[in-house]
Design a protein around this ligand. Structure first.
Ligand SMILES: NC(=O)c1ccc[n+]([C@@H]2O[C@H](COP(=O)([O-])OP(=O)(O)OC[C@H]3O[C@@H](n4cnc5c(N)ncnc54)[C@H](O)[C@@H]3O)[C@@H](O)[C@H]2O)c1
Length: 252
């Protein structure tokens, strides 16, 4: 994984001990970034960060906690916001899902503004589309989430947009492929992930003894690569980014 932009940059990954976040942390370190992780370890595991031990700064804390956010955001240029309560908690703990995914996202965005971060990347989900009315689902698919999780991820997207429009905070929203598809793909390869990924299906060295190698988890690896390859341009205003996008669209 190579992402020249990140070399020497100070990057915060919320949810960095999770499934995709830990891939991102590894990719960022490989790219020469200075990485900080904020994670409450509710579903993430310290083992996921085994390869990053001693190289990434790890803060155990909640994205809803202002003090933890102020510590985590200090001096950070780019925030990759992945901390989330997962879709399965939509039925058993909808308030918890709302607290972390909606309120937590707004708090991360406000803290990023307070600390003058140059870019916040919000990793969203295809759950914002709800039940597919067309396949494959493209970005023009209607936004009609069917789960509390999907609704909170959509709220996070809208908060990101609102923070950009109201305060000029540079944000980017990325929707990653659904987890169910990922689990099905892994299942087809004989890898049982269980409901909560109790055993990380990661490829960090700590787990290589289980026989996992780079390429075994193409969807998570691709999601991490996609986020890392996005243009971040922390010193470019939104107008400039839109001009670049328009120019690219005109060429393709
Ligand atoms: N895995 C997928 O296929 C998939 C699909 C669609 C979207 N996404 C999105 O990608 C991101 C990462 O997903 P994942 O699969 O790696 O999830 P994950 O559950 O493995 O990781 C989420 C991380 O957030 C942490 N976290 C939870 N609540 C927190 C809090 N209050 N404060 C700080 N940290 C907290 C957890 O401990 C965990 O490490 C999420 O934003 C998710 O919505 C993932």
């Amino acid at each position: 994984m190579s992402a020249p932009f990140f070399r020497g940059r100070r990057v915060l990954v919320t949810g960095g001990a999770g499934f995709i976040g830990s891939h991102l942390v590894d990719g960022l370190l490989a790219a020469g970034a200075s990485v900080r992780v904020l994670d409450d370890f509710s579903s993430g595991r310290r083992e996921h960060l085994a390869a990053a031990a001693g190289r990434a700064e790890i803060i155990a804390g909640d994205v809803c906690d202002e003090r933890a956010l102020d510590t985590a955001l200090a001096g950070v240029e780019v925030v990759l916001h992945l901390a989330t309560r997962c879709v399965r908690l939509s039925l058993s703990d909808p308030e918890g899902v709302h607290r972390v995914n909606s309120e937590g996202t707004l708090r991360v965005l406000m803290a990023a503004r307070r600390h003058g971060a140059g870019r916040v990347v919000y990793v969203s989900s295809s759950e914002v589309y709800g039940t597919a009315v067309q396949a494959p689902m493209t970005e023009s698919h209607p936004l009609a989430p069917t789960t509390v999780y999907g609704a909170t991820k959509l709220a996070g997207e809208l908060y990101a947009q609102a923070m950009t429009r109201s305060f000029g905070l540079p944000t980017l929203v990325v929707r990653t492929p659904e987890r169910d598809r990922l689990r099905a793909a892994l299942g087809a390869r004989g890898i049982d992930t269980g409901l909560h990924y109790p055993i990380p299906v990661h490829l960090q060295p700590a787990w290589r003894h289980l026989g996992h190698r780079e390429g075994d988890f193409p969807v998570a690896e691709a999601a991490a690569r996609t986020v890392l390859s996005l243009p971040m341009y922390p010193h470019m205003g939104e107008d400039a980014v839109h001009r670049v996008c328009d120019a690219i669209e005109a060429c393709v």
